[in-house]
Design a binder for this molecule. Structure first.
Ligand SMILES: Nc1ncnc2c1ncn2[C@@H]1O[C@H](COP(=O)(O)OP(=O)(O)OP(=O)(O)O)[C@@H](O)[C@H]1O
Ligand SMILES: [Mg+2]
Length: 204
């Protein structure tokens, strides 16, 4: 049995990616996130230069932890061979009792959660990176009200960040999480961000 089959057989399914059907499993307190395999050549190249999506999430999680933001502790990247459906899996700690931010906003301290969110996004921008798949399901809130970033995918290019920063914020508000923030809350969130962002990213 391959590593891939063994993991797939042992873990409990907690989520299936809507776009590519890849599973997220829970196994002994660890979240195991699978990424689909591409062609054999791409697979070989990605594995050789540690460039699989699982490696990228590991690197992004390390970057977040370095600047003091919370993301579940990375455990391991498991790379698979040519037989199965997946190129690799990213293993990281599963957080018990954490809720996605859109859910936590329903009965939480909304202004505090939104200003913390803006503060953390601005800290990433000051540190030279942007959380690409920014939406309120990729931020979990623990029992203490602290934020945890999951599904980390980063861009580290200053030019890309200048080009994409605000469109990523708009995408969250209008496309991924429509109706979650009121007009006033969106204005508040934009104002909080603007106060903390580096000069070249401020929205005028
Ligand atoms: N470490 C974790 N601890 C607790 N819950 C988690 C953890 N990782 C993921 N989850 C739960 O699983 C859900 C999906 O996780 P994730 O965002 O990584 O998957 P995804 O396939 O990218 O989904 P989507 O494309 O819908 O964002 C999260 O919204 C969260 O509820
Ligand atoms: Mg996600």
């Amino acid at each position: 049995m391959t590593d891939e089959q063994e993991l797939l057989g042992k873990g409990k399914l907690i989520h299936t990616n809507e776009r590519n059907g890849a599973p997220l499993l829970l196994l002994d307190g660890v979240a195991v996130k699978f990424f689909p395999r591409r062609s054999p050549l791409v697979h070989l190249m990605r594995v050789a230069c540690k460039g699989t999506k699982a490696h990228k999430q590991w690197n992004a999680a390390s970057a977040l932890r370095k600047i003091g933001l919370q993301t579940p502790e990375p455990v391991e990247v498991k790379v698979f061979g040519f037989q199965g459906d997946y190129e690799a899996a990213y293993l990281y700690r599963f957080l018990e009792n954490a809720k996605p931010l859109h859910q936590a906003l329903l009965d939480g301290d909304r202004p505090l959660l939104l200003s913390t969110l803006a503060e953390e996004l601005a800290l990433m921008a000051q540190s030279g990176f942007l959380f690409v798949d920014f939406h309120l399901g990729n931020v979990l809130v623990d029992e203490l009200g602290k934020l945890w970033w999951i599904d980390p995918e980063m861009t580290f290019s200053a030019a890309e960040i200048r080009k994409k920063f605000w469109s990523r914020m708009e995408r969250m508000h209008h496309k991924c999480d429509p109706g979650v923030l009121s007009d006033d809350e969106w204005s508040f969130f934009v104002r909080m961000l603007n106060e903390k962002l580096p000069e070249d990213l401020k929205r005028i």
